[in-house]
Design a protein around this ligand. Structure first.
Ligand SMILES: Nc1nc2c(c(=O)[nH]1)N[C@H]1C(S)=C(S)[C@@H](COP(=O)(O)O)O[C@H]1N2
Ligand SMILES: [Mo]
Length: 335
């Protein structure tokens, strides 16, 4: 019998409740309001028990950047202007403790995520652009200025990590896409394939996963399209072949395994806003002073440390992004 031994960095349920505990009755219960429904609590469930201590995260990676001649695009030069105030998270933790609801509503999805076919991977650019087009990930990544950045990541559930992402600035992709000046939002969408993603076969969620940024946010320096991590290609469970990293926002904004970028003048209804509008919003900027509806956001537990540290305003990136929100005081910027 497998006995689950909680690791020090696993957060007790009393401290933080995963996103999935909140269910939108419109999707799940057909409008019947049931107080305190916590139907899918996944912490410590049977699937978790499959994860053994000390397992190596042998993983499927995008391969496509290997180019067939044994060369890899990684590692890429580090951009030294992005520094950390804390140690880099252990690679094994960051690649085996994941949120990726397409593969299950618990943290131990990394093995299941290996089912995701990464080649071919087409990316569509559409909506308000000079020219709509679909390009393979391989062709796209070859044209982008690759670099490594050390970023913090703060999940709304109050765990955090600090990782070296490889990839390119989202604004390089925006420039390449040539949006019309009438576009005010960028909508991003994750793959949808019920044959490989067990989570997409479960009821209750509005697939595909959708996220969005304003164009002002998308063209800031900070949002990053990560195609690798720890100096190698992105493993499936971390969102291969390309995922967003918006380090000043709660982690759910950092959409994984993107297949579509749509430029639009309508604010996208994002996945978690659709699931739980009272708890997860469009903006989701990190703010330790504004609690989640059910828990405090004042502190966080960096994975692997067993300690709680204060959470920083904008997760420490205020200098780069605070100006984006001037004059938006009527908006709920913090959920
Ligand atoms: N498509 C998709 N993207 C997603 C998620 C998801 O479930 N599906 N989870 C989000 C959440 S809540 C977090 S905290 C991060 C986790 O990224 P990591 O597993 O690389 O740490 O991915 C985000 N991107
Ligand atoms: Mo998250």
């Amino acid at each position: 019998m497998l006995i689950k031994r909680p690791k020090s960095w696993e957060i007790p349920e009393r401290e933080a409740t995963p996103e999935h505990v909140f269910l939108n009755r419109r999707h799940f219960m057909g409008g019947v309001a049931t107080a305190g429904a916590a139907l899918l609590v996944g912490c410590g469930n049977a699937e978790d028990a499959q994860a053994q201590d000390g397992e190596a995260a042998d993983v499927a990676t995008t391969d496509v950047t290997g180019g067939g001649d044994g060369t890899s695009l990684y590692p890429v030069p580090r951009n030294e202007s992005f520094t950390l105030d804390r140690p880099v998270t252990d690679e094994e933790l960051a690649t085996t403790y994941n949120n990726f609801y397409e593969f299950g509503s618990h943290k131990r999805i990394w093995r299941n995520a290996q089912n995701l076919p990464l080649t071919p991977w087409d990316v569509t650019i559409d909506g308000m652009v000079e020219e709509e087009r679909t390009i393979s990930f391989y062709d796209l990544v070859q044209q982008m200025p690759l670099e490594e950045r050390l970023y913090r990541h703060r999940c709304v559930e109050t765990w955090s990590m600090a990782v070296p992402w490889s990839g390119f600035a989202l604004k390089a992709l925006v420039d390449w896409a040539r949006p019309l000046s009438s576009a005010t939002y960028l909508r991003m969408e994750t793959f949808q394939d019920r044959s490989v993603a067990s989570g997409q076969r479960a009821p209750g969620y509005p697939w595909p996963y959708v996220e969005g940024l304003t164009m002002a946010e998308a063209t800031n320096d900070l949002p990053f399209i990560a195609t690798g991590i720890y100096g190698r290609e992105m493993p499936a469970q971390n969102g291969a072949p390309m995922r967003l990293a918006t380090p000043w926002k709660y982690g759910f904004k950092s959409i994984k395994s993107i297949v579509r970028f749509t430029f639009t003048d309508e604010r996208p209804l994002t996945f978690w806003e659709n699931v739980g509008p009272g708890e997860y919003g469009f903006w989701a900027n990190v703010n330790p002073e504004v609690p989640h509806a059910r828990w405090s956001q004042a502190t966080e537990e960096p994975l692997g440390t067993g300690e709680r540290i204060p959470t920083l305003m904008f997760n420490g990136y205020g200098e780069q992004v605070a100006h984006l929100y001037e004059g938006l005081s009527g908006e709920d910027l913090w959920h």
